[in-house]
Write a protein that binds this ligand. Structure first.
Ligand code: PHE
Ligand code: ZN
Length: 908
């Protein structure tokens, strides 16, 4: 578990297992201090590989018995494995292996394996948690049919759940603590151990029966603690929508009689797709208008969808080994993104057409923003790895934004290259070929290509797959030249590896969606030389070479190129557009993504001029006018306006400065000044926006209402900021009033953060009142901690407050949501408070990482990643940050999880 020399696992070392486990019969005597596990396996030698001893994984277990066909056998422990030598070369055919062991759920603070949370038992087995429950071939290519019997005290654990179907339940004789009972579950689908789950707790369920298109009846359940039932409606609606959507879009129907979601307070991640028994972080289940924000509602819809879609992409077809993680995650993120877009109310455009500006486009912008703010830095930093990694020390460290979000972009590019219909055909072929198997990313790409012979994907498949094997964000440089006499426009495109250490990388296949926009705003037809005239104003160019040229003919005047529409590939685009071009695109680009991007670029150019070149920070009139015209626009969607008027984040600005040294305080100051100027210059417009986007009537989380609330709250924040600068009291007063009267959490939290972020005097009484009101709502209190930890720093007060909050009676490092709410918020979400010249922020970070590592290495390791970019910092930050990382690395008994992260960080 805490190896002296952590082993590196390599993709190229994959070999098939020496044995198969065909079925498992598990019996649990559940007890928080000592749970007994009786594990009866039907095992068989894998005759396709040379004979070898049986080596089973096991971790933190007490072994009490090993029997083969009822007879005891000798065994030994080697490198944390249980080895049975006598099974080497057993005759073909199945044998029964029975193992008994105990484990201690209440001491399991890692939240991997079987653990207690509140008064219940829960499991988390992905990636390698099953081995913390019993001895097993804990690898995804070993798929077995599970039968599970749970035995427990009836009063304390009235609900006993596992995967599949309930086959039997009843009472047992009394135990020491009173009556006991049991339940027996059977899951007919063979599955890898990482999809096993059990729950034993005092829970209640919202239930819904549905009938699928095939005419089959299914029972859907959302299980929560007593008292939370009224917060499950949105999760249930999201689940029903997911079932309907997957059947409609991909013809993938629910294959189980019963589908359960269980919410648990202590959970390391968002949720887990265990077959038929999804286990969720409460954050992605519980919502009511009074306690959850629009963002929370959207998060629930997307995560419920994600886990449900895994039932096919992940569970029916699973991963051969953990290097293939993106096979299920990239594809399932793509699917949940499409689901959220389809649910947003605006229809999907035809292949090749630009979407209208609406909720669908807003979702895409949000997804890309996250990709560029989190994944691009990962791809440029010490933890950079291909979508299909080549090696790891701790697999938990590879549940990354590269595997998930960049993986989804890779799937999205395939979708672009073969078209929406072609992609659906590819999915059908994938299931025809591989249903019930554990496969690789290659198998997936092959199926999509084979279903679309003649497509660009099929033609260049081997080259396309470099997206799986080459790390780093490629840089795409574009130069356009208009030639008036011939009325031609030539676009030169050059791709290069984004990482300095990526020399020798081969060119990628890049689908580049483009349009040409006339200076008068007209979308121009895109006719390449040697082509007949066309009326198409958008098309996808497929780049395969390091350099390519495209010449458009019959172009009447010099256009503005609108490249990488909809962010059609995960690249860094350098197009050389100047302000005048960007202003044309901001006003006229039919592509919503590029329209938003134009505004971001205009803002970014100004921010970089101040931070990098020391330019004066006064905003120019054209920029202000452009922002005003978006804000006041008669037709644009409010959510879209809000995104345009949100300045690039400090972290994203920092990444644009690299390789120049990054001074976080300068970035903070420049951004803050720009905000203040926009607040002042657009004062009347913000007042209008606030008033014009009030919603009367009951709360609904639909995208249009959510967009109006987002814009009104943005306006309120700007108005409070301006009031603070002027020493006025009216808007803070109105914010306080709104905070008190708000009918929903989005508006309440919006008003509260307007007060906190503008340092208003009323922030203190509002925070106190907020805590008072919601002290029994854990998820709301998380937001209360986070809000205080992300307040803009003034004289070190925010940092001091965060330190004080560590000792708040409601704070705990043991609950991952709570730990994140304070620590991530401060260290990753508040550069102005975290990056201190005295290095105290980094020392605080190191202390917390070490503290957490002793409790929950997975969580500690995620915290550790905050320091990834230390080497990019300017002095005095750099030296102090490095010292903090080195201090963590110097700890002798660090987990492999944190060790892997800080080792990479120090090498950068
Ligand atoms: N497989 C889960 C998902 O993506 C994430 C997860 C990984 C949860 C590991 C827990 C542990 O939906
Ligand atoms: Zn997933």
């Amino acid at each position: 578990m805490r190896d002296a020399t952590p082993t590196v696992i390599r993709r190229e070392d994959y070999t098939a297992p020496a044995f198969w486990i065909r079925s498992v019969d598990l019996t649990f005597e559940l007890d928080p201090a000592k749970t007994l596990v009786i594990n009866r396996m039907q095992v068989e030698r894998n005759e396709a590989v040379p004979p070898a001893p049986l080596r089973l994984h096991g971790e933190d277990l007490n072994l009490t018995r090993v029997l083969v066909n009822g007879e005891s056998v000798s065994f030994r422990h080697e490198d944390g494995l249980l080895v049975i030598d006598s099974l080497q070369g057993v005759p073909p055919g199945p044998f029964l292996l029975e193992i008994r062991n105990t484990c201690c759920p209440e001491k399991n603070t890692r939240l991997s394996g079987l653990y207690t949370s509140g008064n219940g038992f829960f499991t988390q087995c992905e990636a390698e948690g099953f081995r913390r429950i019993t001895y097993f071939l804990d690898r995804p290519d070993v798929m077995a049919v599970y039968t599970v019997t749970l035995r427990a005290n009836k009063a304390a654990y009235p609900v006993l759940l596992s995967n599949g179907n309930l086959v039997e339940q009843g009472d047992l004789e009394d135990g020491l603590n009173g009556p006991r009972h049991y339940a027996k579950w059977h899951d007919p689908f063979p599955k890898p151990s990482y999809l096993f789950a059990l729950v034993a707790a005092d829970l209640v369920a919202r239930e819904q029966h549905i009938r699928t298109r095939a005419g089959k009846n299914h029972l859907l359940q959302v299980w929560v603690r007593r008292g939370d039932l009224d917060k499950t409606e949105h999760a249930m609606q999201s689940l029903i929508a997911s079932v309907v959507w997957d059947e409609a879009r991909f013809k993938l129907a629910l294959d189980l009689e019963r589908f359960m979601i269980v919410a648990v307070e202590d959970f390391n991640m968002g949720a887990m797709e265990n077959k038929g028994l999804n286990i969720f972080n409460t954050k992605y289940v519980l919502a009511s208008p009074a306690t959850a924000t629009d963002e929370n509602y959207a998060g629930i819809e997307s995560v419920v969808g994600h886990e449900y879609f895994h039932n096919w992409t992940g569970n029916r077809i699973t991963c051969r080994d953990w290097f293939q993680l993106s096979l299920k995650e990239g594809l399932t993120v793509f699917r949940d993104q499409e689901f959220s877009m389809d649910m947003s109310g605006s229809p999907a455009p035809e292949d090749g057409a630009t979407p209208v500006i609406g909720a669908r486009a807003v979702r895409r912008i949000e997804d890309v923003r996250r990709l560029r703010e989190v994944q691009f830095p990962e791809d440029a930093g010490p933890m950079a790895h291909p979508v299909r990694p080549d090696s790891y020390v701790e697999i938990n460290n590879f549940y990354t934004t590269t595997v998930y979000e960049k993986g989804a972009e890779v799937v999205r590019m395939m979708n672009t290259l073969v078209g929406r219909e072609g992609f659906a055909r590819g999915m059908s072929l994938y299931f025809e070929r591989h249903d019930g198997q554990a496969v690789t990313c290659d198998d997936f790409a092959q199926a999509i290509a084979d279903a679309n012979p003649g497509s660009a994907l099929a033609r260049a498949l081997a080259q396309f797959k470099r997206w799986y094997s080459q790390a780093g964000t490629p840089k795409l440089t574009a130069r356009g030249r208009y030639d008036p006499p011939t009325r031609t426009y030539t676009l030169g495109l050059e791709q290069a590896a984004g990482r300095a250490d990526a020399l020798g990388q081969q060119p990628f296949v890049i689908p580049l969606a483009i349009g040409l926009v006339g200076r008068d705003g007209q979308a121009l037809p895109l006719q390449l030389e040697d082509e007949p005239p066309t009326s198409a104003t958008q098309r996808v160019l497929v780049l395969e070479e390091a350099r390519s040229f495209f010449t458009f003919i019959n172009v009447d005047s010099e256009p503005v190129p609108s490249l990488l529409r909809g962010f059609s590939a995960p690249v860094q685009l350098v197009d050389g557009l100047v302000d005048a071009d960007l202003l044309v695109l901001l006003q006229h680009d039919p592509d919503p993504f590029n329209r938003w991007e134009a505004a971001q670029r205009l803002a970014m150019n100004r921010l970089l001029a101040v931070v990098r070149d020391g330019a004066p920070d006064e905003l120019d009139a054209p920029f202000i006018a452009a922002m005003r015209s978006v804000l006041r626009h008669a037709e644009l969607d409010p959510a879209f306006k809000e995104l345009v008027l949100t300045l690039p984040s400090e972290a994203y600005i920092a990444e644009q400065l690299v390789p120049a040294p990054v001074d976080p305080q300068r970035i903070y100051a420049a951004r803050r000044s720009m905000l203040a100027q926009l607040a002042r210059a657009l004062r009347a417009d913000w007042e209008w926006a606030f008033d014009a986007h009030q919603i009367v009537g009951a709360y609904t989380p639909d995208p249009l209402s959510a967009g109006k609330r987002a814009l009104a709250n943005r306006a309120l924040a700007m108005l409070c900021l301006d009031a603070a600068a002027l020493g006025e009291a009216v808007w803070p007063g109105r914010a306080f009033q709104r905070f008190k009267d708000a009918g929903n959490m989005t508006d309440r939290l919006g008003a509260l953060s307007a007060l906190v972020n503008s340092n208003a005097e009323l922030a203190e009484p509002a925070l106190t009142r907020f805590h008072e009101l919601f002290r029994h709502e854990a998820l709301v209190i998380d937001n209360w901690f986070a809000l205080q930890a992300t307040a803009p720093e003034t004289d070190g007060r925010v940092f001091e407050r965060a330190k004080r909050l560590l000792r708040h009676p409601d704070f705990s490092l043991r609950n991952p949501n709570r730990a994140r709410s304070l620590l991530q918020a401060l260290c990753a979400g508040n550069p102005s408070a975290f990056h201190r010249a005295d290095g105290a922020g980094y020392a605080f970070w190191a202390d917390r990482v070490l503290e957490l590592d002793a409790i929950n290495p997975q969580l500690a390791s995620r915290m550790a990643r905050i320091a990834d970019r230390w080497a990019q910092l300017d002095e005095p930050y750099r030296g102090a940050a490095r010292a903090a990382v080195a201090r963590v690395a110097a700890k002798a008994d660090l987990s492999n999880d944190v060790r892997e992260i800080v080792t990479h960080a120090l090498e950068s």
